[in-house]
Design a protein around this ligand. Structure first.
Ligand code: MOS
Length: 696
């Protein structure tokens, strides 16, 4: 693999889109200026499961300013049929509470919303099944989601090892429902004209969204253009288009030539945009007298939607963590009459590693080994399941550097032994891990005679800093100054790219850009005299295969530390200090990288102490569906968050030496806090969130 020299990479540049953002010149989808907009407001199912027996639109239609009412009776047929999350308005069936059953189109958003309330829908409800518990008889093994990560894994004889291990642990852990709350709710502006759709859409990937919607509407992808230069946050909920985009497109078909604007309300995002499903997990560990693991077993059960399967793959990374001769993971689901769960930042690891890293803390204590030392002692040079060496693995380095910076050597391991003015003080640690993903795509580079380069790729900036970091990669790939590079992203008119997901953006897009730069150099060398022709030169290249994928196991690593203070009398929990040290390959931009990791750690704090979607068993929907009742960590909750990384360069992943930083900051931050809570209080909380009632 060719490697590129870092000149622009490594600079802590401010965001190139920063000035436009603060001046209001960087519009999100709903803010794109359009002529004669039509506003859409949805009608949501008022039952959980059943069928629609009648719809009366007459009152709604009679309102001045109403342009039409969309129902399953007049909506265009799509190829989604009546199945799946996107199969809306295709039949009289209702599959979950709040599913879209109609929409009103009007001249203003106020009229649309008012008239939607006038649409009368009659239902015949059937009994529903929405309550999950791990003892259900209908648990089943889901389809394998990612080829390299099987749902079930087995190595050695876990049960035999556990029964003879000097130290053995068998514990249950649970995590609740977590909901997506990006700054910008899901939004679409859809125009249908001359047999083409133009969409301004809040998405993590314009091409992925287009491929999906082209299939739903049975159109050649060339007849859909999606534009998304700026996205106000997205953490998995915008990887695939949601029903809101389909509804906007169905509506656009009713009013050809006019742009239909649809933005979900904050409440609607709770039922329409996916969520991390709750998990019930079991971890079994066995260790010898030296504190070396003899067995690791991890199982996870979770609910999924009857209409569409999703597995929160909580056991995915467990086999990668530590050396062990015996290993077993199991993943099971139950289908319920609920809206579709889906991916959320570190899908699998965020929930799964809370359980495993809590259990590791319990086992370290049982063995009488310091929790940092326990993890280092069980470190491994080769993947415990595949036997492959790691492309780079610096877990022990992260642990040591973190312990040094955090002041871990001062720590007295005794629980409930430190008090400061009525507060119990404790510290905890946990291992973070996230795998390297690489998604195919392409990029083009146009060399201009004046020395400028236009780099085009359908990549996304979901607020993470792609505009800046990818330009830095492109400048180094071309070996030119950053000022010579003009980047174009966020439009299906640019070469087909993967989505901003699975921490794979820079890895995948950057590899495609490096390939295009390489090919451009060769093409230039072939020109007469090595001179650029007067009209310039354009090269489009695909991300090449990576031969090292079969030879190395590729992952990012980290160590999470936390200090907590628990009020002895009220149980109030404070987290004055979080510290993370990561080994994530080369850092392209220290400023935006720090923000990503810090944001992840903050979300981990939110997961540890606050977030909890409460499902109402009578309706099968989340009750606390707004930011007043669904608590997320806010400024006052966040203490001093320190982000560090090791100076690492991974030569096997891509020409930049990067490994991905989008999700690992969140992984195990909650476990570090839970472990610190145990150190402070002697109370082991195995069910998130850690609320004060659990500490009294
Ligand atoms: Mo990320 S949860 O793959 O958007």
């Amino acid at each position: 693999m060719t490697t590129i020299t870092a000149r622009a990479m490594g600079q802590a540049l401010s965001r190139v889109d920063g000035p436009a953002k603060v001046r209001g010149h960087a519009p999100y989808a709903f803010e794109q200026p359009v002529d004669r907009p039509v506003y859409l407001y949805p009608v949501e199912a008022a039952i959980t499961v059943g069928r629609i027996t009648g719809i009366d639109c007459s009152h709604a239609s009679a309102q001045p300013g109403v342009l039409g009412v969309l129902t399953h009776l007049n909506a265009a047929r799509t190829s989604a049929g009546a199945s799946g999350e996107l199969g809306i308005l295709q039949s009289d069936q209702v599959a979950f509470r709040n599913q879209f059953v109609g929409a009103v189109l009007a001249e203003t958003s106020e009229i649309a919303r008012y008239a939607a309330g006038l649409v009368r829908v009659d239902y015949e409800a059937r009994p529903h099944d929405v309550v999950f518990d791990a003892g259900r008889r209908d648990l089943y093994k889901p389809e394998q989601l990612a080829p390299s990560f099987p749902m079930d894994t087995d190595k050695g004889d876990v049960d035999a090892a556990l029964s003879s291990a000097p130290f053995a642990l068998d514990q249950g852990y649970t995590t609740p429902r977590y909901h997506h709350n990006p700054l910008e709710p899901h939004s679409t502006i859809a125009v249908w004209a001359d047999g083409h759709f133009t969409l301004h859409m809040s998405t993590q990937g314009v091409h992925v969204a287009r491929a999906c919607l082209a299939q739903v509407f049975d159109l050649d992808p060339d007849r859909i253009r999606i534009i998304a230069p700026y996205v106000g946050g997205a953490f998995g909920s915008k990887v695939q288009p949601r029903a809101d985009a389909v509804l906007a497109m169905l509506a656009a078909r009713m009013v050809p030539g006019r742009p239909v604007k649809f933005q979900l309300t904050r409440q609607q995002t709770f039922s329409q945009t996916g969520y991390r499903p709750p998990t019930v997990q079991r971890v079994q560990l066995g260790a010898d007298r030296d504190g070396r693991l003899l067995a690791v077993a991890h199982s996870c059960t979770a609910p999924t939607a009857r209409i569409q399967e999703f597995a929160e793959h909580s056991t995915r990374s467990t086999p990668t963590l530590y050396a062990t001769p015996n290993l077993r993971t199991r993943q099971r689901l139950a289908k319920l009459d609920i809206s579709t769960p889906s991916i959320m930042r570190a899908p699998g690891e965020a929930s799964g590693m809370f359980a495993v890293e809590s259990a590791m803390d319990e086992m370290a204590i049982a063995c009488g080994v310091d929790p940092v030392e326990f993890r280092i002692r069980n470190d491994t040079d080769t993947h415990p399941l595949t036997g492959l060496p790691f492309s780079s693995r610096n877990l022990a380095g992260c642990m040591r550097e973190g312990a040094r910076r955090f002041g871990w050597d001062q720590r007295d391991p005794t629980p409930r032994a430190r008090r400061s003015q009525g507060w119990l003080v404790g510290t905890g640690v946990a291992t973070a891990l996230y795998s390297v993903f690489r998604l195919p795509g392409s990029a083009s580079i146009q060399a201009h005679p004046d020395g400028r380069y236009t780099v085009s790729i359908g990549a996304a900036d979901i607020g993470t800093g792609t505009w800046t970091a990818l330009a830095q990669v492109a400048a180094d790939a071309l070996g030119v100054d950053l000022t010579q590079v003009e980047l174009q992203i966020g439009d299906t008119n640019y070469p087909c790219a993967s989505e901003a997901a699975a921490s794979s953006g820079i890895t995948s897009w950057g590899a495609a850009i490096c390939e295009a730069a390489d090919q451009l150099r060769h093409a230039l060398a072939d020109q007469p005299g090595g001179q650029l022709p007067p009209q310039g030169l354009t090269i489009t290249a695909d991300m090449p295969e990576n031969p090292y994928l079969q030879q190395y196991s590729m992952h990012s690593f980290g160590a999470q530390f936390a200090e907590v203070r628990i009020n002895e009398f009220t149980g109030e929990i404070r987290v004055p200090r979080q510290l993370g040290v990561f080994a994530v390959g080369r850092i392209v931009n220290p400023r935006t990288a720090r923000s990503q990791l810090l944001g992840g750690m903050t979300w981990g704090l939110s997961m540890a102490l606050h977030e909890h979607g409460a499902l109402d068993p009578r309706f099968g929907a989340t009750v606390n569906q707004d930011l007043a009742t669904y608590h997320v960590a806010s400024n006052a909750d966040v203490g001093n968050v320190e982000v560090h990384w090791l100076d690492e360069y991974d030569p096997y992943v891509n020409p930049m030496g990067t490994k991905g930083i989008g999700e690992i900051g969140m992984v195990s931050a909650a476990a570090a806090i839970a472990n610190a809570v145990h150190h402070a209080t002697g109370i082991r909380v195995r069910d998130l969130p850690i609320t004060l009632d659990k500490l009294l």
